[in-house]
Write a protein that binds this ligand. Structure first.
Ligand SMILES: [Fe+2]
Length: 189
């Protein structure tokens, strides 16, 4: 953990595994099947699994492939949230939460770009991946425990129906939509 991470953790303590599981259970109860929140929770699960696959991959090629798979689902999810769901946080939760949501995802995108240029067999690669995983899990906890339940409670139902169709459309645009090609990572000498 970097010094900055330690300071951040002291200000906002990291959620425990139990707290994250409880937030997930409560968020699932608020979700109505495959609505925007249901889709998002499903994508959060896929992201968590993609981190585990990357951290448990053996060999440079397998790690590169697993990191590319993680980048694909993480970016599609983040872009769709930023385009459709975070604007609704302004009305449903607060401007401060909206700003924090965008900033945390920007940091994750920067770190994923750094990861791409690291040797997958190096200690730095693993440290960077674990750092991103910790930050993303905490971000997911903030979304599921507070920010998104606020939107469910405070945004009118007709607007939420629009969020569902628009989130699905945006996510599809980046993940397997027409013209989408699998992520390619540059060869590292
Ligand atoms: Fe999310």
């Amino acid at each position: 953990m970097s010094l900055l991470d330690k300071i951040a953790a002291a200000v906002t303590p990291m959620a425990s595994q139990e707290q994250r599981a409880e937030a997930r259970r409560d968020a699932l109860q608020l979700a109505q099947g495959n609505d925007w929140l249901g889709q998002i929770i499903d994508h959060h699960r896929q992201i968590e699994q993609a981190f585990e696959r990357a951290l448990n991959a053996d060999g440079a090629e397998e790690r590169r492939t697993a990191a590319a798979g993680l980048a694909e689902i993480l970016m599609a999810h983040a872009n769709a949230e930023e385009a459709v769901i975070y604007p609704a946080l302004v009305e449903g939760s607060s401007k401060a939460h909206t700003t924090m949501a965008y900033e945390e995802q920007a940091a994750a995108k920067i770190n994923m770009a750094i990861l791409e240029n690291l040797d997958p067999m190096s200690r730095e690669w693993r440290d960077k991946l674990e750092h991103i995983q910790g930050a993303v899990l905490q971000h997911v906890y903030q979304e599921e425990s507070s920010w998104f339940p606020d939107v469910v409670r405070n945004v009118p139902a007709d607007k939420q129906r629009l969020l569902t169709s628009r989130y699905e459309q945006e996510f599809g645009r980046y993940n397997g939509g027409p013209g989408n090609t699998p992520a390619q990572l540059p060869e590292i000498a």
